[in-house]
Design a protein around this ligand. Structure first.
Ligand code: DC
Length: 222
């Protein structure tokens, strides 16, 4: 019986992290941890309560007065904000951008750190986000960094939004994605970047299954 490992998958929006992480977690019978949804959960409550994200006191209050609970069932991670299953409500571009914005603040990152580490306490987890390998699980057994050409990432996001029945314009997605790439990789605390031990995978020309196969091969070769 092999040890229950911690596997991290970081990378920019639209690189395929979520689907790949879910597929990998299922294959290994591991827990899937989508940390972006925690930032989205905070942003969701902030937007709902019309909080000004530049007002530090309001942001502090938001972080102190929110209950975020994670539940894993059959490979899906459910997020509850103050008892409400937020489901697809946090999957919009508006909430994604707001999540990216608030994620630059130390109080926000600190609020979510414990929750993430707690989820990985016993190992057996595939954790995806921006700082999984660099900050949250620096001792992870395997660290992957999934990247893709921005044009391809825009196309994928467009398809995903259309598939969910949302209206979607390529130009608007491009603008949002460039903003998010900038915010997520240029912030001072826990910026998006591969660590020195990350295995970088470019998924531009690969199917999601090919990415998973590549990850599994890399793990078997170690
Ligand atoms: O992965 P996602 O698109 O659901 O994440 C939404 C935002 O949350 C992302 O743009 C930046 C932030 N985030 C973060 O700062 N650190 C993480 N580990 C995960 C997400």
């Amino acid at each position: 019986m092999h040890k229950e490992m911690i596997i991290t998958i970081d990378g920019p929006a639209g690189a395929g992290k979520s689907t790949v992480s879910k597929m990998l977690a299922k294959k290994l019978s591991y827990i899937y941890l989508d940390t972006g949804s925690l930032y989205r959960a905070l942003a969701y409550k902030g937007v709902k309560n019309k909080i000004n994200f530049e007002d530090m006191e309001a942001l502090n209050n938001l972080c102190s007065n929110i209950s975020i609970v994670l539940k894993n069932s059959e490979g899906q991670m459910k997020v509850y904000v103050d008892g409400e299953d937020v489901g697809d409500k946090i999957r919009t571009e508006e909430i994604g951008l707001a999540a990216s914005k608030i994620s630059a603040y130390a109080v926000v990152r600190q609020r979510l750190l414990q929750l993430q580490r707690e989820a990985g306490r016993n190992g057996g987890i595939v954790a995806e986000g921006r700082d999984m390998g660099s900050v949250v699980f620096p001792k992870a057994d395997f660290k992957f960094y999934l990247d893709a050409d921005i044009k391809e990432r825009i196309k994928r996001r467009h398809k995903e939004l259309l598939g969910k029945g949302n209206s979607s314009e390529l130009l608007a997605i491009q603008k949002d994605m460039e903003t998010r790439d900038n915010q997520d990789s240029k912030r001072e605390i826990a910026p998006l970047k591969p660590t020195s031990s990350s295995i970088i995978i470019d998924s531009t020309k690969l199917s999601l299954q090919e990415v998973v196969d590549k990850i599994v091969r890399q793990m078997a070769n170690k």
